[in-house]
Design a protein around this ligand. Sequence first.
Ligand SMILES: Nc1ncnc2c1ncn2[C@@H]1O[C@H](COP(=O)(O)OP(=O)(O)O)[C@@H](O)[C@H]1O
Ligand SMILES: [Mg+2]
Length: 315
Amino acid sequence: MHADYGGVVPELASRDHIRKLLPLVEQARRQAGNPVLTGIAYTRGPGLVGALLVGASLAAGLGMSLELPVLGVHHMEGHLLSPLLETPAPAFPYIALLVSGGHTLLVRVDGVGQYTVLGQSLDDAVGEAFDKSAKMLGLGYPGGPALAALATEGDPKAHDFPRPMLKRAGLDFSFSGLKTAVMLAIKAAPHTQAAHADIAASFQQAVVDTLVGKCARALRECDVARLVVAGGVGANASLRAALARRAARDGFESYFPRHEFCTDNAAMIALVGYRRRHEMRPGIVSADAVPRWSLETLRPPVGDVSSTSPARLAG
Ligand SMILES: Nc1ncnc2c1ncn2[C@@H]1O[C@H](COP(=O)(O)OP(=O)(O)O)[C@@H](O)[C@H]1O
Ligand SMILES: [Mg+2]
């Protein structure tokens, strides 16, 4: 639906949510064997307000009709805790590299609700850089996976693209310069599959080197030996391989949630809802959604749930 426009069209997205959300919830319930529900967690923000409002309205309505308590969850907290859906789950503290279409963040996670943002992108998110570069290469949308596939045919050393901010101190990122370098390379190169594959591979290598370098620096500076990767770009095979190699070399543990827990998913929202179940409130009439919501305003959950194994919950 969005491919024709080369990006998400907010109004189309929220209208499609209206059509699909309730049937999807019913299907999920059936597939799970109609379990007894004790609460409803939904994504309260941050994000596109139209789409958020559809989810918030449905959650509020379901809460009222089923007489269940409701909790609005922070989308990024879901991503940060998604590795806890896997076995073995990482222990706290860990450093999370959160790389998605909308965000590039390095976060120190000391526990549920204890997040310190160490660095972030000053311009484009990594996923956005993948998508925009893919678009320039004439690949479809979302372009990240398509670009990664094309990159497997190319030479990652063909172009010496900038490794943004790697030489500078600090843990912030910037990807707009790399995007420009890709644009210039495409203009200068022949329009062949082989030439485009070289550009894709070199672009991906520059991104991977940058992300791996910053992760290693964050782990060193925080004196933490656990790294988790979350968000859609975390599905990138080249990034996973490079981080695993670096982990073996530097002696830290690395955790990668499986693909369906990396991209946007409801399991991670349910997990946060469970960890924060004592904060759930009776369903209200008004839908509560917030397009802008800082991760660092979150606090540890009310009630002691630290003894519960989230991995067992996921199983
Ligand atoms: N294998 C991959 N390699 C690189 N990027 C990828 C890959 N798979 C998905 N992506 C990118 O991940 C992003 C989507 O991640 P997601 O967490 O669902 O996004 P958001 O929550 O920001 O909308 C898109 O930009 C997409 O291109
Ligand atoms: Mg996401």
